[in-house]
Ligand binder design. Structure first.
Ligand SMILES: Nc1ncnc2c1ncn2[C@@H]1O[C@H](COP(=O)(O)OP(=O)(O)O)[C@@H](O)[C@H]1O
Ligand SMILES: Cc1cn([C@H]2C[C@H](O)[C@@H](COP(=O)(O)O)O2)c(=O)[nH]c1=O
Length: 216
């Protein structure tokens, strides 16, 4: 049975790497997929991983009908065995409905990869619709870690090094760029709630004010 599968996790947990591995393993067996992405850091029409691998992809623009695009490719005689969609959190919810239609009407597997929640710990529209419609949701095996050592479950945004909880939902950026105007850091829920990034935690640990003081 073909499936709509949502591989979800935080930033930097290996989603794009897994997408590229799936493409590689299928192409080694002669299978051809349509590879969609949206707003990848490497630029338009690219699917890239931090391990340095990159492949060409179709940019899933905001108004693009993904179902019609795939039907169009098949009508031209292109072989389409499956779909990969990276940065799926950025899709409009209608586009996720179109992916479900690809599974049900064209009987193709669709593998979507994306982060579940934004920097405010709110669902992205694309991720919300994937959670609603997916046959299966898979958590990535290589979890990213918070600075405290716990599993990272949340994405923090920093502006000028400070964690923020207000702003546009979509701002393309990366982790491990603390000096960048807009950067990201993965955190556990406890430290996301307390707005403690690795930088502010380090500053806090150095401050005698934050240490417990005995009253007698
Ligand atoms: N220099 C490196 N050596 C080994 N593994 C790395 C290196 N850089 C990144 N990685 C791995 O790549 C993962 C990020 O992969 P990527 O596919 O770009 O993540 P995502 O798409 O989820 O943001 C990291 O969690 C880490 O496991
Ligand atoms: C949390 C959050 C992230 N983004 C952007 C930042 C990156 O460009 C992508 C995530 O890519 P990755 O391959 O999973 O690292 O999403 C955003 O626009 N808004 C956010 O709140």
């Amino acid at each position: 049975m073909p499936e709509l599968v949502f591989f979800s996790g935080t930033m930097d947990c290996g989603k794009s790497t897994l997408a590229l591995q799936r493409i590689y393993n299928r192409s080694a067996r002669g299978l051809q997929g349509v590879i969609f992405t949206r707003d990848d850091r490497a630029g338009e029409g690219k699917l890239s991983s931090r391990l340095g691998l990159v492949t060409d992809a179709v940019e899933a623009a905001p108004e693009m009908d993904l179902y019609s695009y795939v039907v169009g490719r098949m009508s031209q005689g292109d072989r389409v065995d499956y779909l990969i969609v990276d940065e799926a959190q950025f899709l409009a919810s209608e586009q996720v409905d179109q992916l479900a239609r690809v599974v049900d009407d064209l009987e193709l597997d669709v593998f979507a990869f994306g982060i579940t929640t934004d920097f405010r710990a709110r669902l992205f529209p694309g991720s919300q619709r994937l959670i609603e419609l997916a046959d299966r949701i898979e958590a990535l095996q290589v979890e990213a870690m918070c600075w405290c050592g716990a599993r990272a479950t949340h994405n923090a945004r920093t502006v000028g090094g400070e964690m923020v909880v207000e702003g546009e939902q979509i701002v393309v950026g990366d982790v491990n760029h603390p000096a960048a105007e807009v950067g990201y850091e993965v955190l556990c829920r406890r430290h996301h709630r307390r707005r403690m990034t690795s930088a502010s935690a380090h500053a806090g640990a150095l401050s005698p004010d934050v240490l417990p003081v005995a009253s007698d």
